[in-house]
Ligand binder design. Structure first.
Ligand code: S3P
Length: 445
């Protein structure tokens, strides 16, 4: 399903009474994509529960079906994938359309790179702007070739996968789980050992899921913050059930809303607490947020229930090395920083420029039109918090779900309403955002 691009739906958020309740946000997007992709590379049936049924993940499911896997919805969040085995993907009949999703597109490029097939990858106007050279570079070393592409190594791209994939040792040029995952996916079909080295650890869901499906993967530290991942090629991946925990990147929106709206008390259940995803929680706690963790458990990934209550926040300095563990959370952190007392400096945000939108620019513009003092210095975002936000602005969302959700949260606590120009992209990652927020007491109209 590609995004229904023509339907642009603006929405205003206004000052709300206390937010309260206990909710489970949808399944983690990163794990949902991977469950479908890795499930398709097993031999046999993988059952997935709690799959995120957002547009991004649905597009990945369609792509895996087009590549030969049987992908079926059994019930709400319950999916079955019958795989074709490592190296067994078949050439799709049509173009693989990934809509808005960089993760789906880049990971599947890695999977196709190790198979002797040709496939064309495309996406919406946002995805067509995003860099793909970061994937083409390593998969070319594996033996794949881009036979056609738009200027600057952009989508649409036609890939010819390798007949005899070569195992590589690759150091990722930027901390990116997408690049790491694409190399590991390509390396699955190669004989011998594929190695990925990252100088800053990025989310490790691919490594965990490979182990879960029986691959021989070892992870060792590399330098102060880095990791070396070693994968033995050509494993037979065995199906295993996948339980998708709630997405911490989606939980971030109601969680910050609860901190900002007076008198609130909100619990988010089953939220994944993998330490490579919890940079936002660390930062919010440093800012003075009251967030309690309960019911901590591990089912493949660690998860817990998070209770957030209204808190007076203060500005902090967010170190660059924390960025990989909260890379998708800067828009909502910037909103929290606007309501804090004092200056928050978020360092090292270069990668934000190549997300679903240029998030550094989109966040700064959105804050400014709502009366918040903000600066961009190099790759740092600096927000001068005054304890309150005037609001009253119209925010341009640039086809970016997280920009839309972050600024709607801002409007729940600002003096005047905040309007976002287009909420339709929220369906890529959090289809129930509006009803869930309204259920907690948010005024969205
Ligand atoms: C993701 C990795 C991150 C993140 C994206 C999901 C993943 O991107 O921004 O939303 O599932 O691997 P990068 O790896 O490009 O930083």
């Amino acid at each position: 399903m590609s995004h229904s691009a023509a339907v642009v739906t603006p929405l205003a958020a206004q000052k709300s009474g206390p937010l309260g309740g206990r909710v489970r946000v949808p399944g983690d997007k990163s794990i949902s994509h991977r469950a479908l992709i890795f499930g398709a590379l097993t031999v046999g049936e993988t059952r997935i529960s709690g799959l995120l049924e957002g547009e991004d993940v649905i597009n990945t499911g369609r792509a895996m079906r087009a590549l030969g896997a049987q992908v079926e919805r059994i019930g709400a969040g319950e999916w079955s994938v019958r795989g074709v085995g490592v190296g067994g993907l078949r050439a799709p009949d049509g173009v693989l359309d990934f809509g808005n999703s960089g993760t789906g597109c880049r990971l599947v490029m890695g999977a196709v790179a190790g198979c002797p097939i040709s496939a064309t990858f495309d996406g919406d106007a946002s995805l067509r702007k995003r860099p793909m050279k970061r994937i083409l570079d390593p998969i070319t070393l594996v033996g794949a070739r881009a036979t056609d592409m738009a200027e600057g190594g952009r989508l649409p791209i036609t890939l010819q996968g390798a007949r005899d994939p070569i195992p590589v040792e690759y150091r990722t040029p930027v901390p990116s789980a997408q690049i790491k995952s694409a190399v590991l996916l390509a390396g699955l079909a190669a004989p011998g050992t594929t190695i990925v080295i990252e100088s800053e650890a990025s989310r490790d869901h691919t490594e965990r899921m490979l182990m879960h499906f029986g691959a021989d993967v070892t992870v060792t530290p590399d330098g102060t913050h880095g990791r070396k991942i070693t994968l033995r090629g050509q494993p037979e991946l065995r199906p295993a059930p996948v339980l998708v925990p709630a997405d911490p990147s989606s939980a971030a929106f109601p969680l910050v809303a609860a901190l900002l709206v007076a008198g609130s008390d909100v619990t988010l259940t089953d939220v994944m607490t993998n330490l490579l995803r919890t940079g936002l929680l660390t930062t919010l706690r440093e800012m003075g947020a009251t967030i309690d963790t309960a019911n901590i458990r591990s089912e493949g990934e660690e998860m817990a229930d998070l209770r957030a209550r209204t808190s007076a926040l203060r500005g902090v300095d967010v170190p660059a090395e924390r960025a990989p563990s909260m890379i998708d959370e800067y828009p909502i952190l910037a909103v929290a920083a606007a309501f804090a007392h004092g200056t928050t400096r978020m360092r090292g945000l270069k990668e934000l420029r190549v997300k679903e939108s240029d998030r550094l620019a989109a966040v700064a513009d959105g804050l400014r039109v709502n009366g918040v003092e903000v600066e961009i210095e190099g790759d740092d975002l600096i927000v001068h918090g005054k304890g309150r936000v005037p609001g009253g602005g119209l925010v341009a969302t640039h086809m970016d779900h997280r920009i839309a959700m972050a600024f709607l949260v801002m409007g729940l606590a600002s003096d005047k309403p905040v309007t976002v120009d287009d909420t339709s992209f929220i369906a890529t990652s959090f289809p129930d955002f509006m009803p869930m927020m309204r259920g907690l007491g948010a005024k969205l109209s």
